[in-house]
Ligand binder design. Structure first.
Ligand SMILES: [Zn+2]
Length: 477
């Protein structure tokens, strides 16, 4: 276990946590993360504190191994998270707090409360995939749902229409905000809680350097951000990391005092200093109305959460034409379909050609856990599907106490096409997505999502099965 422990990715094992009483963990600043036969693997907030480890060894009668940790300053917070000082247990409110705490421990983004006819489940989405966390009785679930609704100021008696709310609870000295949505189903009310980033996690948010862009893409992205005006558009399905990329761009662009950055989001997902974030609540202010008024606030850079209709497309184009840098997302299957999508929304081809600067498609794949991954020769079908030499060594996920099933954390796959002179000519000439792709990926040899994924699998940053999961390989060359 040579790799340093990254507390933002690994999950401390229950078996290990159970070995160390909460008081001792707090007092010694030690977090147990794994139990390897009779050796307890721990991380320490103060790496020089050898006496603490000796005390722990003496008290537990176990051999202790101190693992290197990536950010020792995060150890204290992790100890508070894993050993919460809970006031009471057994009440629905205590259960809710326990679930939220658990979600934060395992880096879960969404908590689902699902009811079936005889059973009820709490499921959690981690690294983009759902897993069952625990089963409850339908009665316990009904109580839990009531507490969630009361805490998020929803109408508790109303069970027949969908409701949306916000829930903020203080957990271990941190404010945790969640977006709460209810929907009536055949068997009862389903509730989904989306965990919004805390101030602490927002501070650790990815910079452009650790999104996982290859050198070529990073340079394309940064050089386009340096331009004063034009549109940068990201496409990709929900959960493909578009917002993270946009936020990383805004963090890169903000320079205190000299530029005015404003964003219109529905809803604001992560608070960002230095950016005027406008939270749109579709029931009160329409997205487009907010967007129009933003233009009167003299912005330099505008982030539009999503171009969703003809009007927002029109505003984005006009803003770019009047000298603004516009960052936004659009629903499209791949990078170049963005062009067709914009013209379908009624934007004239000349305007698309003159304002678009960079189109990006993005996906997220899971990273293999650094503590248990294994290198194996690539199998026959993958050799064919990915066109790689036989016996090429690739990563196979294994699974260990520190991860859920061999993966931990995610990395972006990108496809980028800069819109320059030749591309503008093609757009003006009415070229379709296929002709544009032929030019960009054939003539220009720009890497596609598939190429980027394959390169990352060969660098052991992800696995071939992850690439298959997020990219349809049926029609690859
Ligand atoms: Zn592992």
């Amino acid at each position: 276990m040579a790799a340093a422990i990254d507390l933002d990715r690994v999950i401390a094992a229950r078996e290990a946590l159970d070995k160390v009483p909460a008081k001792l963990a707090h007092r010694l600043g030690v977090l147990p993360v794994a139990l390897d036969n009779d050796t307890l693997v721990v991380v320490q907030s103060d790496a020089d504190d050898a006496t603490g480890i000796m005390q722990l060894e003496g008290q537990l009668g176990l051999e202790i191994r101190v693992a290197p940790v990536r950010r020792p300053e995060g150890v204290e917070r992790a100890i508070r998270r894993y050993y919460p000082e809970s006031a009471e247990t057994g009440t629905p409110l205590a259960l809710l707090e326990e679930l939220i705490n658990r979600a934060l421990q395992i880096h879960c983004s969404d908590i689902h409360l699902d009811i079936e006819s005889e059973r009820a489940f709490v499921r959690m989405r981690v690294d983009g995939l759902l897993r069952i966390d625990r089963e409850l009785t339908p009665e316990a679930m009904a109580d839990l749902v009531s507490v969630v609704k009361v805490s998020s100021k929803l109408d508790i008696s109303e069970k027949r229409i969908p409701q949306d709310g916000q829930l903020t609870i203080e957990s271990l000295g941190e404010e945790i905000s969640m977006r709460v949505a209810t929907i009536p189903t055949l068997r009862g009310e389903k509730v989904t809680l989306r965990i919004l980033a805390t101030a602490a996690t927002a501070a650790e948010l990815s910079s452009i350097d650790n999104l996982g862009m290859c050198d070529l893409h990073r340079e394309m992205f940064l050089s386009t951000l340096r331009q004063a005006h034009g549109i940068i558009l990201l496409s990709g399905p929900t959960g493909s990391g578009k917002t993270t990329t946009l936020y990383a761009a805004l963090r890169h662009l903000r320079t205190p005092g000299t530029s005015h950055i404003i964003s219109i989001e529905d809803p604001v997902e992560i608070p960002l200093d230095g950016v005027n974030q406008v939270h749109v609540d579709s029931e009160r202010v329409s997205f487009n109305k907010a967007l129009r008024s933003v233009m009167r606030h003299d912005p330099d850079i505008i982030m539009i959460g999503e171009i969703r209709d003809a009007e927002s497309a029109d505003i984005a184009v006009k803003s770019a034409l009047t000298g603004h840098l516009v960052l936004s997302t659009l629903h499209a299957n791949d990078s170049l379909s963005v062009v067709t999508r914009l013209t379908n929304l009624g934007v004239a081809r000349e305007l698309v050609a003159s304002t678009l600067r960079l189109v990006i498609a993005q996906r997220l794949v899971r990273r293999p856990c650094a503590h248990c991954r294994r290198l194996v020769p690539c199998d026959g079908p993958s050799v064919d599907a990915f066109r790689i030499p036989p016996e090429t060594m690739v990563v196979e996920p294994v699974g260990c106490q520190l991860c859920g099933g061999g993966y931990s954390g995610r990395i972006g796959l990108y496809e980028m096409v800069p819109i320059r002179k030749r591309e503008r000519e093609l757009i003006m000439a009415g070229a379709g997505a296929d002709a544009m792709a032929e030019h960009a990926f054939g003539d220009m040899r720009l890497p596609t999502l598939f190429h980027d994924g394959k390169a990352k699998a060969l660098e052991h940053l992800t696995t071939l099965s992850e690439i298959r999961r997020v990219i349809y390989l049926g029609e690859e060359e």
